[in-house]
Design a protein around this ligand. Structure first.
Ligand code: PXP
Length: 247
């Protein structure tokens, strides 16, 4: 039996729905509290530079209300670093961000600019945040993540999920092999390994089964599925699938 795996629920898209009408509901904080009740081990929220979903006031309210750790996702900018240092969330996950993208499309280029990333991470780590870098399962990026002082890497599962959805199973299996090797490699470097992006009931099992992966962060599918089966049921079902995959 592998160790228990944590589930972080990303509530960004409750805010997307709220912002579509410009009002106060649905409230992402209410969703976060319900997610906790349903068994989420933590809540993830991405404060994007353009504030397209989560806003600054949501982060303030989440910090006040949550009883589980907040994983604060952000780009490596001075503005976001200052916000993180003000709140000191349990974890900070640094992601690449481009204004024109619909969602976080690729992993961070940690290897390219290591001194800059090390300088960016140091004050966050000194403030007690567990710093995570969202990267592709690539050895150079993982080694660089360790060198710049990250405690955690989150492996980008988006390509694996896209190949699965497209029915390109050879490409999916090759990507799963990369993720499997990357997770073990990162673990051997002494990094804690997380994974996420694009995970659904249908594709989660092989990722949940990876022994080195200690946490999955899942958002868009769970929020969407909540429309049909309710958030509590959706989270419970995801947890069960993760547990089954590891037993
Ligand atoms: N992990 C990271 C670092 C992300 O940027 C995202 C998307 O915001 C997720 C996990 C969750 O992805 P999804 O919403 O597709 O489940």
């Amino acid at each position: 039996m592998k160790t228990e795996q944590r589930l972080g629920v990303n509530i960004d898209h409750v805010a997307t729905l709220r912002n579509a009408r410009g009002g106060a509901y649905p409230d992402p904080v209410r969703a976060a509290l319900l997610a906790e009740k349903a068994g989420a081990d933590g809540i993830t929220a991405h404060l994007r530079e353009d504030r397209r979903h989560i806003r600054d006031a949501d982060i303030d309210a989440l910090m006040d209300a949550l009883t589980t750790p907040l994983n604060f996702e952000m780009a490596a900018t001075a503005e976001m670093q200052a916000i993180a240092l003000r709140h000191k969330p349990h974890a900070v996950c640094i992601v690449p961000e481009r204004r024109e993208e619909r969602t976080t499309e690729g992993g961070l280029e940690v290897a390219k600019d290591q001194n800059k990333m090390a300088d960016f991470i140091a004050p966050l780590a000194d403030a007690g945040c567990r710093v995570s870098l969202f990267v592709a399962p690539d050895e150079a990026q993982l080694e660089a993540s360790k060198r710049v002082g990250a405690a955690v890497v989150e492996l980008h599962t988006g390509a694996y999920c896209d190949f699965h959805a497209d029915g390109d199973f050879d490409a999916r299996d090759a990507e799963l092999e990369r993720l499997t090797r990357g997770a073990a490699f990162a673990h051997d470097l002494g990094l804690e390994v997380h994974a996420g992006h694009g995970l659904t009931f249908d594709n989660v099992a092989p990722i949940a089964a990876l022994p080195a992966v200690k946490e999955l962060n899942i958002g868009h599918f769970l929020i969407g599925e909540s429309v049909f089966m309710g958030m509590e049921a959706a989270i419970k079902e995801m947890r069960q699938l993760m547990k089954d995959a590891r037993s």
